[in-house]
Ligand binder design. Structure first.
Ligand SMILES: C[S@@+](CC[C@H](N)C(=O)[O-])C[C@H]1O[C@@H](n2cnc3c(N)ncnc32)[C@H](O)[C@@H]1O
Length: 255
């Protein structure tokens, strides 16, 4: 069975998230073919308290990559597939005025939404760049931390994404990603459907492929753990062939 071509996947995903940007619907992976969830309960209430209440609703992620990692004042954080910008705005509070957060997203409607959200709260240390995560619009070694929430599974070229994450990180830089993964292969009929791809299901990598992909790109200390109860998307108890939400951590080694 023929898999959709990379350009077809990018177009389908872009169209899907352009519609999402126009109406941030409350739905989750379990409902239909979408991994797009409005699940502010992925985030500790005290973190969200610092933002206007309705901004928390812009999450379309499947976990919370920000809480799982120490982000220090002054650091540069890049968020791959930044969507409406919630993780960027949370990271911006951690890096403070001396740090920078760069959100990258290929969907112009999402970039527009994220910029409007940042402007609304006067976040001057956040910017949003339109681009693909397979060719991240950042210089070599520019970032201290790469975060991403429910995006890498959407890429038709994950090895390119892992190579780019490695390139834009400085030595010793860290990765904290929430993503949908599987244990064992997804059925070919699901993998063929563009709708399921846009909904984060068909493109999900097997846990071991995720780990080996990051190791091949050069990362060390790679871990892939179940996001657990309360996190969005798929089952909280991983079962063969079923998608579930995971937290992925890694580090770019120092020479
Ligand atoms: C499921 S949403 C997650 C948005 C955000 N991370 C969050 O947690 O709310 C996926 C986002 O990734 C973007 N995206 C998907 N594939 C991409 C790619 N290959 N390059 C850049 N952005 C991509 C989409 O436009 C969309 O905004």
């Amino acid at each position: 069975m023929e898999r959709p071509k990379p350009d077809e996947i990018h177009s389908a995903v872009r169209e899907f998230y352009a519609r999402k940007a126009q109406a941030f619907e409350k739905e989750c992976c379990g409902s239909g073919a979408s991994c797009s969830c409005s699940m502010p309960n992925n985030y500790p209430a005290e973190e969200l308290q610092t933002l206007p209440e309705d901004l928390a609703d812009v999450t379309l992620g499947c976990g919370n990559p920000i809480s799982g990692i120490e982000i220090r004042p002054g650091e540069t954080v890049v968020d791959l597939g930044s969507g409406g910008g919630l993780d960027c705005l949370l990271a911006a509070q951690k890096v403070g005025a001396g740090g920078r957060v760069i959100g990258v997203d290929m969907t112009p409607e999402m970039i527009g939404k994220a910029r409007a959200n940042a402007a609304r709260i006067g976040a001057a240390n956040v910017e949003f760049r339109q681009g693909q995560i397979e060719a991240i619009p950042l210089a070599d070694g520019e970032a201290d931390v790469v975060v991403s929430n429910c995006v890498i599974n959407l890429s038709p070229d994950k090895p390119a994404v892992f190579r780019e994450m490695f390139r834009v990180l400085r030595s010793g830089g860290r990765v904290a990603v929430s993503d949908i993964v599987t244990r064992g292969p997804m059925s070919p009929s699901v993998a063929k459907s563009l709708e399921s791809w846009a909904g984060c299901i068909a493109g999900a990598l097997d846990v071991e492929e995720y780990r080996s992909g990051l190791l091949e790109a050069g990362f060390a200390d790679v871990s892939v753990t179940t996001a657990g109860e309360g996190s969005c998307c798929g089952s909280s108890q991983p079962a063969d062939g079923l998608p579930f939400s995971a937290l992925i951590a890694a580090r770019k080694p120092t020479p």
